[in-house]
Design a protein around this ligand. Sequence first.
Ligand code: COA
Length: 258
Amino acid sequence: MNLQCFNLEIQDGWALLEMARPEKLNVLDGNVLRELESILETLKAQKVKAVVLTGQGKAFAAGADVAAMAEMDCHEATLFSALGNRVFQGIEDHPAVFIAAVNGYALGGGCELALACDLRIASEQATFGQPEINLGIIPGFGGTQRLPRIVGTARAKEWIFTGKRFSAQEALNAGLVSRVLPPEQLVPEARTLAEELAKKSGPILSLAKQAIAASGTGVSSRHGEQEAEYFGKCLDTEDGPEGLKAFVEKRVPVFNDR
Ligand code: COA
């Protein structure tokens, strides 16, 4: 596979998938999302049973591409959110078990990408957050649907409404990650876990994943479509475009409640 935004190493029954644009803090734009979607198909075709997903550099992923979103109208934003939701749903519905090894910043779409994975372990240096509210938008890649299911509505609302960042330790306390490790142990530990899972039966692992999703904790494409509609509406306000433009211009946004 000729990849521009990722490195993919397929091993015996498992894979290491790295977001490989450290200079861009692994920001998620349309090209990254479409490449990820095609990688998901390859992993399926290769019958990979476990995937370690991590980021190169200081970020897991610093979110969706704000500069690109600042140019979008309501319709384009709805489509962008629908694309992110579809690709992340592809992880949730994938037969393989995805392990997010969160190495650094997991903000906005980066946090949502980790939420779409089955297991999450974090480096002590990881920082999480859904800062969209400060940009005049809402999470658009599944965060409004997955965060409450994973950490409960009270915490999810606090994090989404305030946009504040939280540490790996806070993520552990909230049940968002299952382990926090020194940075140098993060990927080795995730690889060991993936190797262990690759020794199980692939179809049975996949059935276990589907059964757990059916418990009511899973998100379906219908949820993503609804979120995309609300996300698009943010761009139909005055405050949405102002928040995004302010980020690009490196200034504090002026919200007028319109
Ligand atoms: N979209 C577009 N560009 C982004 C980005 C994003 N989500 N996150 C970072 N960048 C860009 C910055 O604008 C900067 O560009 P420049 O070099 O042209 O000025 C570059 O990436 C490096 O970021 P910088 O802010 O200088 O790095 P930092 O180490 O000081 O801070 C972060 C890192 C992650 C804390 C900070 O970049 C940040 O807050 N990013 C936005 C996170 C966010 O709100 N994500 C949700 C989007 S919905």
